[in-house]
Design a protein around this ligand. Structure first.
Ligand SMILES: NC(=O)c1ccc[n+]([C@@H]2O[C@H](COP(=O)([O-])OP(=O)(O)OC[C@H]3O[C@@H](n4cnc5c(N)ncnc54)[C@H](O)[C@@H]3O)[C@@H](O)[C@H]2O)c1
Length: 257
């Protein structure tokens, strides 16, 4: 309890999936949370649920992360309401399974605008407040796709960009006391992966790709984000934390000795 006591966090994509789990866990650990999403109805339900258990700990902020105007408004609202911003979790993204030869420029731009420009713009929006405070923790959610490839498509490209974003931002912002890190999730049971649950053979193939024999739940990621958000990780910046049941390195060196 109280690992984030007194801190204010913005979490994007907080209506459902991993973002909702992070918003709940952050409130449980004493943070005040601006839960932001485009899905307004589900966002309000998530915020109401959090406030029922932890009164007045969360507010709902309508945000399309690809809009700089939206970002500036959300930052203003959060400062008006909570007074500061200590933590940004760049979690929101959209998935795409379309292979490269089905992707035209418009489709490419749409995914990149949300998955790469969105987190970039979020950092740009919160940086002045964090710089003034001389502290801050930013956590960008990438994907195994962004570091091992998985498939040749625009989602993979966008998630690789998130890793590069972390590197660049951590170098630029460290001198102001702002840490920037990446979480690299494997397969996690959220609305984004419903398509896998609809196809048991594919789901089983994903499970077999892990070392640990089961697929992750949103809380498995939320606990990693909590660590990077808290002062417990004060010496960690520019880092990647892979949370994937062992999938990233499975079978790299599988000698039967
Ligand atoms: N679920 C997985 O297996 C998995 C694996 C690797 C990485 N990830 C990454 O983890 C993060 C969370 O994924 P999830 O599985 O919880 O996804 P999800 O689809 O369940 O939830 C994503 C949330 O983001 C919101 N969102 C989408 N576009 C938005 C926009 N333009 N502005 C604001 N909000 C927007 C959605 O409304 C939704 O609430 C994403 O960055 C995703 O790429 C997920």
């Amino acid at each position: 309890m109280n690992r984030l006591k007194g801190k204010v966090a913005i979490i994007t994509g907080a209506a459902m999936g991993q973002g909702a789990a992070e918003a709940y866990l952050f409130a449980k650990e004493g943070a005040r949370v601006a839960a932001a999403d485009v899905a307004e109805k589900q966002l309000q339900e998530t915020v109401d649920r959090i406030n029922q258990e932890f009164p007045e700990s969360a507010i709902a902020e309508k945000l399309d992360i690809s809009s700089e105007e939206n970002w500036n408004q959300v930052v203003k609202d959060v400062i008006d309401h909570f007074g500061t911003i200590d933590i940004l979790v760049n979690n929101a993204a959209i998935g795409s399974a379309d292979i490269y030869d089905k992707v035209d420029k418009a489709a490419f731009d749409k995914i990149m605008s949300v998955n790469a420009w969105g987190p970039f713009c979020g950092i740009k929006a919160v940086a002045p407040t964090m710089k003034k405070a001389g502290k801050g923790s930013i956590i960008n959610i990438s994907s195994l796709a962004g570091v091992v490839g998985v498939i040749f498509n625009v989602y993979t490209v966008s998630k690789g960009a998130v890793v590069a974003l972390t590197r660049g931002a951590s170098q630029e912002l460290g001198k102001y006391g702002i840490r920037v890190n990446t979480i690299i999730p494997g397969t996690i049971m959220t609305p984004m992966t419903q398509v896998l649950r609809d196809n048991p053979a594919v789901l089983e193939a994903c499970r077999k790709k892990t070392e640990i024999g089961f697929l992750g739940e949103p809380d498995d990621i939320a606990y990693g984000v909590l660590y990077l958000a808290s002062d417990e990780s004060r010496y960690v910046t520019g880092a990647d934390l892979t949370i994937d049941g062992g999938e990233r390195y499975k079978d790299v060196l599988d000698l039967d000795l």
